[in-house]
Write a protein that binds this ligand. Structure first.
Ligand SMILES: [Zn+2]
Length: 467
């Protein structure tokens, strides 16, 4: 039998199994066979000296905010391909009705992704709660609450309408009743509730104080959005989730206090899944650059060490980037902490950061990288075993990585709409050299060869997450 592609001499990282020396045969976009014997294929890839990872899934991507989704899907999935990401999950933030507008976004998405993708839906209004069933019908089973948005700290940029150029700013008022009704409704549909856990009252008060005192820098930013507020918000939402037997997913966890709160709420019986982001593993408030402004903030060096520890001891389930595809001139505002925007790009550097700062520095194994960036993510979001592993009949979503390859990071290398990165100038050791989505090579040696429109929408089915 002749296959479409064969990867030979591969050291394959199979989550929960280990590293397997084998040849991989691929046909019709699926993994077809593992064999120690010679294989015939139209395209032979020699993986000598490389590791083969299951394609990374980025569960936390903001795109479609500063450019419309039809453009953003193309630029950001291109950047994803550079970074070995084969499935990206849009943190969809719709100003308006899902019943009226979801279809437009899904249609525009279809024509422009180079890699596979899926959607989360943000619940910003009581009307949105009534549209959860509509979202589930359309393959969305995870819903985000912005506990941090209320009153004077409630205004954010929403996703743009497809095929337009107008940014949309809107106000969100997440109160207890919105959160509780969302939790109840999502549980009814066997979905997951994702919560941005910060206290808007504490943040508003402390930010007003910091601003009036003329504070500057990332240390001030961290103080004005204290990690105690994350801690208490996690405790508050966990109590509701426990009552309703709801699975909580806590994105962008980056502080010791948040981790402490999660550990104690889990002990109390809450079912909590935890995501951290690469920047909480690499940057502390010593980073003297406002481009590192993000919510929740980057914290201290001790917090960074604690996040690595929480990865090692399995407190953390997966990594998401919280990628925001913005440009530096807009990001920086008037150049001060208070007018700068939160968020920065990160989708292309997730795997390089984990390989460089994790595997090559002896902090974590390459098997753990595959769990954190693919296996666990696919499981949590109902995409396993189609995604998340390297197994017979799974999609041939594969990344070849070279642990010895060193590269200095530049924005040009990452090919996003964003023209900057917090890793600019940093040399990272360990890079994807080939990215394959369903048996099609989309990136080889840093050259993106994927085509917009190839990426497929992953409609997800609800699954129950019993405690
Ligand atoms: Zn958030």
């Amino acid at each position: 039998m002749t296959f479409d592609i064969a990867i030979i001499n591969a050291r394959v990282v199979v989550p929960k199994v280990g590293i397997v020396n084998t040849n991989i045969a691929i046909k019709d976009g699926k993994i077809s066979e593992f064999t120690p014997d010679a294989v015939q294929a139209d395209r032979m890839i020699d993986a000598e000296g490389l590791y083969v990872l299951p394609g990374a899934i980025d569960p936390h991507v903001h795109y479609g905010v500063y450019t419309p989704i039809d453009k953003a899907a193309e630029s950001e999935s291109r950047s994803a391909a550079i970074g070995g990401v084969t499935t990206m999950m849009r943190m969809f933030r719709l100003y308006g009705s899902y019943k009226q507008k979801l279809k437009d976004h899904l249609d525009a998405s279809k024509k422009s992704h180079l890699i596979d993708y899926s959607y989360h839906a943000s619940i910003l209004t009581p009307e949105h709660v009534n549209e959860i069933a509509h979202c589930v019908k359309n393959g969305i089973t995870s819903f985000k609450l912005y506990m941090n948005l209320r009153g004077e700290v409630g205004t954010i940029y929403m996703d743009m309408e497809p095929y337009t150029n107008k940014m949309i700013s809107g106000s969100v008022n997440t109160d207890d009743s919105l959160m509780q009704s969302t939790i109840r409704t999502v549980v009814h549909h066997n979905g997951i509730v994702m919560v941005h856990a910060e206290d808007p009252d504490v943040c508003a008060r402390e930010m007003a104080r910091g601003k009036s005192e003329g504070k500057e820098g990332l240390q001030a930013w961290s103080e004005c959005r204290p990690s105690k507020s994350e801690h208490d918000s996690i405790a508050k939402v966990s109590a509701w989730a426990r009552q309703d037997k709801c699975t909580l997913y806590l994105p962008h966890i980056g502080s010791s206090q948040a981790i402490d709160s999660i550990i104690s709420e889990r002990k109390n019986g809450a079912n909590i899944l935890v995501e951290t982001c690469p920047h909480y593993l690499t940057h502390s408030t010593d980073f003297q650059n406002i481009r590192g402004k993000v919510v929740p903030p980057i914290r201290s060096k001790e917090d960074v060490a604690r996040m690595w520890q929480a990865i090692k001891d399995h407190t953390i389930n997966c990594i998401g980037t919280d990628h925001v595809a913005n440009r530096l001139d807009m990001k920086m505002g008037d150049g001060d902490l208070w007018s700068a925007l939160s968020g920065f790009p990160g989708i292309a550097t997730m795997i390089p950061v984990l390989l460089s700062e994790g595997v090559n520095k002896g902090r974590i194994s390459i098997e753990r990288v595959a769990e954190l960036t693919s296996f666990n993510t696919a499981e949590i979001f109902g995409m396993f075993p189609k995604k998340g592993t390297i197994a017979i009949d799974s999609d041939a979503d594969i990344v070849l990585v070279d642990l010895k390859k060193e590269q200095k990071v530049t924005p040009e290398l990452l090919q996003s709409y964003s023209d900057y990165t917090i890793y600019d100038g940093m040399t990272l050791k360990g890079w994807p050299v080939l990215t394959m989505v369903r048996g099609q090579i989309v990136m080889e040696d840093g050259q993106v060869i994927g085509k917009p429109g190839y990426g497929e929408y992953i409609a997800r089915k609800p699954k129950s997450h019993g405690n």
